[in-house]
Design a protein around this ligand. Structure first.
Ligand code: DGL
Length: 275
């Protein structure tokens, strides 16, 4: 295979939150080439309908396929909850059987099922993800005895995007979301949204040390590594120049500023249209 035909790994999110997940992946697997796509012009997805989340996600996947990605990771929990299964079962099967699209939910659910002892699990996520019950479905598939307590947290994405992590109001709002879950005696909490990893320290202050926090940015890189080890047919097609390219449907100061912060170094972003 010529170098120009080598494939990149596509990473998609509704906005820039997924760059936090990409950073972890690049740290663990720096040799591969990556294309990150954020649909900033149409984010947030978390308050949209199932149908719209599916359509937007499919457009994003098509863009990444066209840009030489045969393996795409949906870093967005909302897209993973509402679009992934349909994309895998219907779209890929029919049109792209050689390509793969993976999400963040199953890796997080697997880690949780391994770690929970009392089998009481909390999930915080966007309204769309909570309503989809996708985390509950995946956790119960792994262990039917697991009880899942979910809390939609619509204010957390705007808080992170406004850079308000350190304000007092953030901790008050977080307490309001987390206390009902803590009262259910959960021993494990899934941060089921790209942005929530940024709030992990604030969350830890409220939950205390007894509750284990499952953060996708920490889990996904090792799960992807193990996936590539098990799927040599995909791995061998991947380019290994260590290049990372960023695309977004809108280029805002916030995308560059917070994206660079999430990625750990300054990023350059190209604008694209998806529809
Ligand atoms: N990326 C979304 C998620 O992980 C959060 C932002 C949004 O609602 O678009 O669910």
């Amino acid at each position: 295979m010529k170098n120009s035909e080598k494939k990149s790994i596509g990473v998609f999110d509704s906005g820039f939150g997924g760059i936090d997940i990409l950073r972890g992946i690049v740290k663990e697997l720096p040799q591969y080439n990556y294309i990150y796509l954020g649909d900033t012009a149409r984010a947030p997805y978390g308050t949209r309908s199932k149908e719209v989340v599916f359509d937007f996600t499919k457009q994003a996947v098509d863009f990444l396929f066209k840009n030489n990605c045969d393996l795409v990771i949906l870093a967005c929990n909302t897209a993973s909850s509402e679009a992934l299964r349909k994309i895998q079962r219907e779209y890929l099967k029919k049109y792209h059987p050689e390509k793969r699209v993976l999400g963040v939910l199953i890796p997080a659910a697997e880690e949780t099922a391994e770690k929970t002892k009392n089998k009481k699990v909390g999930v915080i996520a966007t309204e769309r993800t909570v309503n989809s019950k996708a985390f509950e479905r995946e956790l119960k598939k792994l262990d039917r005895k697991i009880k899942v307590f979910q809390a939609p947290c619509p204010l957390l994405v705007p808080i992170v995007e406004a850079g308000e992590r350190n304000s007092k109001a953030t901790d008050i709002i977080l307490s309001g979301y987390l206390k009902p879950l803590i009262k259910k005696n959960i021993d494990t909490l899934i941060l089921g949204c790209t942005h929530y990893g940024i709030l992990e320290k604030n969350i830890r202050k409220i939950t205390g040390k007894k509750i284990q926090i499952i953060s996708e940015a920490k889990i996904l890189p090792k799960k992807l590594k193990s996936y590539l080890e098990r799927h040599g047919e995909i791995e061998k097609k991947l380019g290994k120049n260590g290049k990372v390219r960023f695309y977004s449907t809108d280029i805002t100061d916030k995308f560059i500023l917070l994206g660079s912060k999430f990625f750990g170094k300054k990023i350059k972003v190209k604008k694209v249209e998806l529809n």
